[in-house]
Each structure stands twice: as structure tokens, then as C-alpha cells.
Design a protein around this ligand. Sequence first.
Ligand code: NAD
Length: 338
Amino acid sequence: MVIKVGVNGFGTIGRRVADAVALQPDMKLVGVAKTKPDYKAQLALKKGYPLYASGEAGVGEFEKAGLKVEGTVEDLLKTVDIIVDATPGGVGEKNKPAYEKARVKAVFEGGEKARVAAVSFVAQCNYDKAYGADTIRVVSCNTTGLCRTLHTLDSVFGVKKARATLIRRAADPEDIKRGPIDAIVPDPTTLPSHHGPDVNTVLPTLPITTVALKVPNTYMHVHSVSADLRQPVKSEDVIEAFQRAPRVLLVGKDEGLISTAHLFDFARDLGRPRQDIYEICVWRESVMVVDGEVHYLQAVHQEADVIPENIDAIRAALKSADVEKSMKTTDSTLKMLK
Ligand code: NAD
């Protein structure tokens, strides 16, 4: 079975999802929908991706700019099994009735409210819950990062309670509209932040409280995580659990990877598109256990960690593979490091 996939919204996440879909042996990228005939639309055509007009834009606007379009997003919906909606937060919910009308399954992103979809999703945590679902929401980059490591700890040792402080990049690299220039901004000042409840959309029984701060950089978030465990452990046990966990990568002093700048530099030579790091990077030597509580630091490439989840969400929705098979195919096509 080849799954016919469309992508609506071709920005930070949409472009990456489209490229990842194009790499899958069991998927066909039928087209991508854009609101503007800008350089991203030109790049889509250069890659051979059929282009469709979305949002306010009409076909004429693209033709005026000399770009070939196949039709509107409604036309795209007639030809796909599933649509990945990678439009800005809140727009996906407005687009949902069109997907329902076309009887097309949909994957939404983390900027949408959880109510947009039947399941909020992180593959290694709840793939089976999403199996056959008509709508799936891949949770945000931060939530994905917290779920991957905390679910690992909860499955292996049991987590009584977790707390996390998120140091967040203020804006993505191309985003010139957002971001503090010289400030550290509590986000929000009223605690806790929304990330804990968002983790609970995937891991409903995990008690977690989160705090978030925005800092003036564009590449990666760093999380400081603490978790009270249900059984006595040593830091080596936790490191071993992370070693075995899918999509979690241990990094550290041994390789000279001691900051997000080093991770960025490392990623530039990995040969992946756009310096993407799909794995959650846990600093090995940060893992510390005190009185039954484990503490660790992890880095999250905000533009990239949700890409494998989008691919697995497509397979889960179409019931085309079980979790092991889907994650294995995704990880090998994206050249993940383990
Ligand atoms: P983006 O702004 O980079 O891209 C959005 C795309 O949608 C653009 O191509 C834009 O032109 C298009 N668009 C705008 N309005 C539209 C409309 N009405 N109809 C159709 N298309 C429209 O946004 P992004 O960062 O890729 O975010 C997309 C989703 O992914 C959001 O839910 C966001 O919260 C989530 N997300 C973003 C990141 C990140 O780091 N950027 C990480 C994880 C999840």
C-alpha cells in the first residue's frame, strides 16, 4: 500500500514533513499547498513537488508569479488519503471542516488545541491509541521532547512526580518578527506554563509541573528536568535507560558536545537537511540522582524533533504498520543515529 499524502502549509514544519514523506518507501507526496508564491513555492517546484494554492491565495496569484499550480487545496484533498496540516497554530482547526467534508484523514501540529484531534501523539508513547484515528495531533517540539524522556523513565522506573524548566529559543531562524533582542522572558510570568498539561494530553497519568523562559537564540530549546522515581536507581541506570530509548541521544564532554552551539556544529556535518537533529539530546554527565530524584539536561531541536512523529502519525492513521515497523522505517530513512 502506498499512502497518498498532501501537506497544507509549507513553512518550518511543512517543508520538513514534505521532504520526509518523499523519502518514505510506502508514501507518495501528492502535493504541497502554499499561501504565497514566494521562494518556498519556487523551491517546492524545483524539488518536483506539485504545488496547490491554499488560504486566501488564488491560483491566479501563483500563475501571475510564473509558478505552475495544479489547483487549490480543495483539489489536493480529492487526491490524497491523508493531509498534514502544518499551518500556523489555530489555522488547522479552521481548516478541519474542509478535511472532514473531503473525508480525508488529517494530522495536525502542536500549535493547535488538543481538541482538534482524537489523539495527541508521540510515537513511542501512544502509537496504538492513534491506530486508525481520523485525526491526530503531533504535539509541540517541547512536549515531544519531555514525553520521549519522561515516558522512558516512567516505563522503566515509574515516575512519581516530574518538574521541568524549559529554556526556549525565542524564534525560528527565518522569523524576523518575533524574539527579544536582549532579554530573558518568563513565558508566561504566571506559573506553571502550558507544557505540563500538554504532556498530559499524551501521558495522562504523569504528574508534571513546568516553567518556561524565552531567551534570545534561534536554534534549540534546553530543558532542565527533575523526576521523583518509584524505585531506587543510580545515574548509570538512568543513562542505560536513555541509551536504549528510541529517538533519545546521549551526548557530552567525551565528544566535545557541551552546548547547543556544538550540537549545531555537529549537525551541520551530519549530512541531513537543514542541520536537523530529530533526536532529543541528553547530556550524559548531567544525569544525577539525589535522594531518589533524577535530574538531567536535554536539548531539543525545535524545528526537527516532531518530523519523525508526523511520519509515524500518517502510518498509524492509515493502519499501515505497527509501531516497531513504522518507527524503524522512519528512523532509517531519516538516518537517525540509533
Ligand atoms: P510557519 O509560519 O513556519 O509555516 C506555516 C505555513 O503555513 C507557511 O507556509 C504559511 O504561509 C502557511 N499559512 C499561513 N496561513 C495559512 C492558511 N490560512 N492556510 C494555509 N496555509 C497557511 O509555521 P511553523 O513553525 O511551521 O508551524 C506550523 C505548526 O507546527 C504550528 O502548529 C506550530 O505550533 C507547530 N510547530 C512548530 C515548531 C517550530 O519550531 N516552528 C515546532 C513544532 C511544532
